[in-house]
Design a protein around this ligand. Structure first.
Ligand SMILES: Cc1cc2nc3c(=O)[nH]c(=O)nc-3n(C[C@H](O)[C@H](O)[C@H](O)COP(=O)(O)OP(=O)(O)OC[C@H]3O[C@@H](n4cnc5c(N)ncnc54)[C@H](O)[C@@H]3O)c2cc1C
Length: 387
């Protein structure tokens, strides 16, 4: 079967669905092609997000989509640790299977066509007709715009592997899981260049995850879980890479618009992307629609400029903090955690912003004492990084 649309979005997750929703708002035709059988499934996400961030994405999550709330974050290294209270903002844990379906419904109500079980096998551009030809096993689609929302697969296939870390997350049931409390555990030897985490998911459940460079994610996540207790039941296992390499320099190539994970729009510190990737989808979609309606001339410059004006500096700071953390060993991280003052912790609890957390990082790594320690530990390398 052959079909024509103004735009085709490949990838029916948060960024692709929000992009389609925005395009549909302007009355343009758009189809979302998703390879999986069901939107939101399998769930490759911890689901940790701020309610404010979701609001900015135009989403009020249904009660079914909210698994639980979080009010405390415990950050630990091998021998030190501190706790931050997150009550200033409402941080929730989402069921991404439910949330993505909710966004799919928003998009579909506005006119988007969502097609699951539609693995896109090829995308070709005919410059004489100014048209994309997009093939799935059963259909051929034609469109003026192609939106690449294929997630990290797209980055791995088309760009670079440097920013990719292996990761695994098990959702388990155990009576020893602390409700409403996130745990972030740094250990350079076990989780090189990243960390392990626990995100509570309500009713005695929790998502236990690890990511790191050159790790065996399965073995690493299982020994992380077992370090807490041997009595637990595994409900769900996922293995998925995460991207920590920062955004691509360009998100638009002629009429190809890249959004979300595919554009590297995940936070380089935590690989969290619901908010920043979702914003990529919204801004990309808006600009496609405005460009089609001849209300803006430059699709690329406008979308890129807007996304970078919101996230550019923040992501640069995160990349800087990441570079420092990558160079510190367990002893040095212990030393930095040991000098964090109670007043810094209080200020982080009072003022930190979940979606723009470089402020919190600057409190931890940017205090006079910490800078002195880091420059002693890293010497010339630190001056190099600062430059
Ligand atoms: C283990 C883990 C935990 C995470 N935890 C959090 C968290 O707690 N908070 C947070 O904010 N972020 C988290 N993230 C990141 C977040 O999940 C992503 O940033 C976000 O889902 C990116 O959305 P996206 O739409 O850009 O891409 P994706 O969600 O990756 O979606 C890409 C979609 O494209 C489809 N697709 C790919 N290729 C094709 C093709 N050829 N044809 C058709 N369809 C195709 C895929 O099936 C998929 O549905 C986590 C990620 C991982 C891996």
């Amino acid at each position: 079967m052959e079909k024509k649309f103004d735009s085709i979005v490949v990838g029916g997750s948060i960024s692709g669905l929000l992009c389609a929703r925005e395009i549909s708002k302007f009355g343009l035709s758009v189809a979302v092609l998703e390879e999986d059988y069901e939107v939101g499934t399998p769930e490759h996400c911890g689901g940790l997000v701020s309610l404010e961030g979701l609001k900015q994405l135009g989403i009020i999550p249904s009660s079914k989509a909210i698994l639980t709330e979080v009010n405390k974050a415990k950050i630990v290294s091998s021998n030190q640790g501190f706790e931050v209270c997150t009550n200033r903002e409402k941080i929730i844990v989402l069921d991404r299977r439910e949330l993505d379906k909710q966004v799919a419904f928003q998009a579909q109500k506005l006119g988007s066509e969502i097609r699951t079980r539609s693995l896109v096998m090829s995308v070709n551009y005919d410059s004489s007709k100014k048209e994309f030809k997009i093939k799935t096993k059963d259909n051929i689609y034609y469109s003026q715009f192609f939106i690449d929302a294929r997630g990290i697969t797209s980055l791995i296939n088309n760009h670079t592997r440097d920013g990719v870390l292996q990761s695994a997350q098990y959702e388990i049931y155990a009576d020893w899981i602390r409700p409403n409390e996130i745990l972030v555990k740094f250990d350079k030897e076990k989780y090189p260049d990243f960390f392990a985490w626990i995100i509570p998911s309500g009713n005695g459940k929790g998502k236990f995850g690890v990511a790191g460079r050159k790790i065996n994610p399965l073995q690493t996540v299982e020994s992380f879980i077992e370090s807490f207790g041997s009595k637990y039941s595994i409900i769900r296992k996922i293995y998925a890479p995460v991207w920590i390499g920062g955004p691509l320099k360009k998100f638009v190539f002629d009429n190809t618009v890249i959004v979300g994970d595919a554009a590297g729009q995940t936070k380089p510190t935590t690989a969290g992307g619901i908010f920043s990737c979702g914003m990529g989808g919204i801004l990309g979609g808006n600009h496609i629609a405005l460009n089609k309606k001849s209300m803006i001339k430059s699709l690329g410059i406008d979308y890129e400029k807007e996304w970078f004006s919101i996230f550019g500096k923040e992501f640069q700071r995160m990349l800087f903090f990441r570079k420092i953390m990558e160079r510190l060993d367990n002893k040095s991280i212990d030393a930095i955690f040991s000098i964090i003052s109670d007043s810094d912790i209080l200020e982080i609890s009072r003022s930190a912003n979940f979606d723009f957390h470089s402020f919190a990082l600057s409190k931890i790594l940017g205090s006079k004492k910490a800078i002195k320690l880091i420059s002693t530990l890293l010497g010339n390398e630190f001056r190099h990084l600062l430059n």
